[in-house]
Design a protein around this ligand. Structure first.
Ligand code: CMP
Length: 137
């Protein structure tokens, strides 16, 4: 998911390009204004953290771009493409390492396991919004 700061900074195309160039297949894509309820459900494991209220304000502060990507090892690979949560610790060459400086404005979210990936796709997309396709022969 491209977070509100990524959308507002015009980085949606750049982020999609990095995933496409790596070789992953886009199966879902939408610009979406997230509700407080959805944000709280998405980040429910962080509910006790001091930054939780600010995180919810941030993620609901403007539209996000939800993406579903498919491919071999996609979750682990996406996490490498995205880089460490704290952009100052993220390696150059990663999305956060190249494009962000603040942990609270880290541009993009990626699922941390295949299981969570499935849950998050279910949370952010309707079934009809996920399109399975194969390249023309
Ligand atoms: P994300 O990958 O979406 O997963 C949880 C999010 O919490 C993380 O990216 C950051 O946006 C946010 N986060 C984690 N730690 C902090 C922190 N110390 N201060 C503010 N936001 C944080």
């Amino acid at each position: 998911m491209v977070k509100p700061d990524g959308v507002q900074r015009g980085l949606v195309g750049e982020i999609i390009t990095r995933f496409e160039k790596k070789g992953f297949k886009l199966t879902g894509l939408k610009l979406f204004q997230c509700s407080k309820d959805l944000a709280e459900e998405h980040y429910k494991d962080l509910k006790g953290k001091s930054f939780f209220p600010k995180l919810i304000d941030y993620i609901t502060s403007g539209p996000v771009v939800c993406m579903a990507w498919e491919g071999v090892g996609v979750v682990a690979s996406a996490r490498k493409l995205i880089g460490s949560t704290d952009p100052l610790k993220a390696e150059p060459g990663t999305i956060r390492g190249d494009l962000a400086v603040q942990i609270g404005r880290n541009i993009v979210h990626g699922s941390d396991s295949p299981e969570n990936g499935k849950c998050e796709i279910g949370l952010w997309f309707n079934e009809a919004e996920i399109v399975q396709w194969t390249p023309a022969q």
